[in-house]
Design a protein around this ligand. Structure first.
Ligand code: COA
Length: 260
């Protein structure tokens, strides 16, 4: 598929989606949203893809936010529609049954930080910067940032980052548990691929249940989350992969999963 504002590449069952507007710090405009949604749909629907990485083009930015140049023409109704659209696309990432990780290669600000947080987890390069600087523009986050940052780092730290508009560097993001690993820039994509290769060697149906149950916990599902886990645990027993995984363990061999 030929895109104008993103690049996609499938490397051995892993789709690398690169937001590709480096001259505009990979800011998310309407075209990026449309193409990002198409690429995420492709990840969901293409059986040759088992996982994805989202990253940014160039050495400076992952994504420096929503495209501010589109904002001036908006009134309240258009702004709400934009936030809803952004949130819906990010829900598609968050609820994807295939693992999608963010490889944050530079500035992840505003919508860029929100995009990274919608991914299942994040790694970053040592030059990465994270922040929700919308208050500098008289705005707040609109693509789920107030909710996801609070889930990820807790209320106090989330409140401070949103209220101050300040940026975190990579070491601080690691300390705040916003990212799982920090690498040198040239090691970022290889590290993401290494992590995902480990993950996609597991049973795909089990992976999809991990994603949906952990997401339920993050949304504060309470006792319903525990019920969801019981149901998902049971559903694994309907899969051939569970039979194969347990049999392989007992036979002291490596399991061969088929996704069934
Ligand atoms: N929307 C639209 N354009 C953006 C953008 C955004 N969110 N972020 C950067 N750009 C554009 C700049 O306007 C500039 O375009 P130009 O070369 O045509 O003038 C280009 O990207 C390079 O950005 P610049 O600001 O010159 O780079 P810098 O290295 O000095 O600063 C940032 C980098 C990321 C700190 C700075 O661009 C910035 O603060 N961006 C906005 C972040 C933000 O507020 N995001 C939340 C949006 S709701």
């Amino acid at each position: 598929m030929a895109y104008q504002t993103i690049l996609t590449e499938i490397r051995d069952r892993i789709c690398i989606i690169t937001i590709n507007r480096p001259d505009k710090m990979n800011a998310l405009n309407k075209e990026v949203f449309t193409e990002l949604e198409m690429a995420v749909d492709e990840v969901s629907n293409n059986p040759d893809i088992q996982a994805a990485i989202i990253t940014g083009a160039g050495q400076k930015a992952f994504v420096a936010g929503a495209d501010i140049s589109e904002f001036q023409q908006y009134q309240r109704a258009e702004a709400e529609a934009l936030a809803r659209r952004g949130q819906n696309i990010f829900f598609k990432i968050e609820n994807n049954r295939k693992p999608i990780i963010a490889a944050v290669n530079g500035f992840a600000l505003g919508g860029g930080c929100e995009l990274a947080m919608a991914c299942h987890f994040r790694i970053c390069s040592d030059n990465a910067r994270f922040g929700q600087p919308e208050v500098n523009l008289g705005l707040i986050a609109g693509y789920g940032g107030t909710q996801r940052l609070t889930q990820l780092v807790g209320k106090g730290k989330s409140m401070e980052l949103h209220l101050s508009g300040q940026m975190l560097n990579a070491a601080e993001a690691l300390e705040w548990k916003l990212v799982n690993y920090v690498t040198p820039q040239d090691a970022l994509i290889p590290k993401a691929i290494e992590i995902l290769n480990g993950i996609i060697s597991k049973a795909p149906v089990a992976l999809s249940h991990v994603i949906s149950t952990v997401n339920a916990a993050a949304l504060g599902a309470g006792l319903q989350g525990f019920e969801k886990e019981i149901s998902a645990f049971g559903a694994c027993f309907d899969t051939a992969d569970m039979r194969e995984g347990t049999q392989a363990f007992l036979e002291k061999r490596k399991a061969v999963f088929t996704g069934k």
